[in-house]
Design a protein around this ligand. Structure first.
Ligand SMILES: Cc1ncc(COP(=O)(O)O)c(C=O)c1O
Length: 387
């Protein structure tokens, strides 16, 4: 990969050492240009008029997302975040008292809060799968929790709080074998590693724009398997996802647009289309390999620092690197790094409660690398960590 060129495309690399890609990655120029072009046109010609004239750029979002996930454009919906995508999917399921949901320790806080919210509305049991020896959601233990009342398996692919990569394909085979709906939170993994919804065997997959896809904030996407769209009833229907056909009737769309609403940030949608195209053109196999190499190098060098403990677990590790320090709090480290224009984030217990409680951690520093980071940045980063 031509890292020099990729960094030239990324103005932020001249200003900061950015290891907060799992928060929001630095946007490359084509993404920003797509958005400013869109806004310039809106400024001069009007919002509805620009929506028409830029319709091919907006439609490209569906084509590029479908190419990335190996599905059809009609199975993709645009949302304003991964959480919105997840909730639209989750609350469209026809829940009944007595249903149970299977999830894992890595589940993201917002998803888990929705599980708790659902329990206020229905008599639903939540079953949490124990981890295997690698720290992954254990597929064997998961299968034992499935029974005739299991309505959904909801799994986070890569958690917010560590380098784990959950075995979503193996879990998908079990979901399909037992005929259970399967929802994958791929918020941290879209644009990060290869994703093929047919191989995963999921019914829903959710992602965000701003993280490894390098798109703008306020964007997300939802994949819904074509065969199940008709059986689902989103709570947030409007005049776009449905049509008011008579005073007391409406009919919903037949594709994943059923999960969208009319009003959205179209400049950001154009930006997300550009971001996914950028990633598709680079090739996910190449970028995933580089991310893993950089993250492994970072883990190796961090492990050499006295008092520091890398806290990632899993058989396969992602670009998300987390650590604690015997002598300094996560906040101390972040403040110290901020002063040197080095970006990391702190993940508190409440963002990933089950996983972090199990690991005995109150908070971790998260340094997440992307393909445009460099080996030199890793060396500099490790040199300035206090010990
Ligand atoms: C694993 C995971 N799922 C979901 C989300 C929520 O994404 P969004 O903020 O786009 O709703 C995050 C955000 O950090 C995340 O890490």
């Amino acid at each position: 990969m031509d890292i020099t060129k990729l960094r030239k495309d990324t103005p932020g690399t001249t200003k900061v050492l950015h290891f907060n890609n799992a928060g929001a990655a630095l946007m490359p120029a084509p993404v920003v240009n797509a958005m400013t072009d869109y806004l310039d046109e809106e400024t001069l010609y009007g919002g509805y008029e620009t929506m028409m004239s830029q319709s091919s750029q907006l439609m490209a979002f569906y084509a590029e997302a479908a190419k990335m996930l190996h599905c059809t454009p009609g199975e993709i919906a645009f949302t304003d975040s991964a959480t919105t995508a997840w909730q639209r999917a989750f609350f469209s399921i026809p829940w009944q008292n007595g249903d149970n949901i299977i999830t894992g320790n890595a589940e993201y806080a917002s998803n888990y809060i929705s599980l708790l919210r659902l329990q206020e509305l229905f008599d639903i049991e939540v079953r949490v799968v124990p981890d295997n020896i690698y720290g992954e959601t254990d597929p064997k233990a998961l299968e034992q929790l499935i029974d005739k009342n299991t309505r959904l398996i909801a799994i986070t692919h890569m958690p917010t709080s560590g380098g784990l990569v959950n075995p979503i394909e193996e879990i998908g085979r079990l979901a399909n074998k037992h005929g259970v709906l399967y929802l994958v939170d791929a918020c941290q993994s879209v644009g990060h590693c290869p994703l093929d919804v047919r191989t995963i065997g999921c019914d829903f997959l959710t992602g965000t724009g701003r993280k490894y896809l390098r798109g703008p904030r306020g964007t997300g996407l939802l994949y819904v398997r074509h065969e199940i769209i008709e059986k689902l009833s989103p709570l947030s229907l409007d005049l776009y996802s449905a049509q008011w056909t008579g005073p007391n009737t409406y009919k919903t769309r037949k594709n994943a647009l059923k999960f969208e609403n009319f009003e959205s940030n179209l400049a950001a949608k154009a930006g997300l289309a550009a971001a996914i195209r950028y990633q598709n053109n680079l090739g996910i196999d190449k970028t995933w390999k580089r991310i893993q190499e950089l993250a492994n190098l970072l883990r190796k060098k961090l492990n050499e620092i006295p008092g520091l403990q890398v806290t990632d677990n899993g058989k396969v590790l992602s670009g998300i690197v987390t650590f604690t320090h015997k002598n300094y709090s996560a906040k101390d480290i972040k403040v110290h790094l901020d002063k040197q224009h080095i970006n990391v984030t702190i993940v508190p217990l409440a963002n990933s409660r089950l996983h972090m409680e199990k690991m005995g951690m109150e908070e971790v520093v998260r340094a997440s690398v992307h393909y445009y980071n460099t080996e030199e940045e890793i060396s500099r980063f490790c040199e300035v960590i206090p010990y």
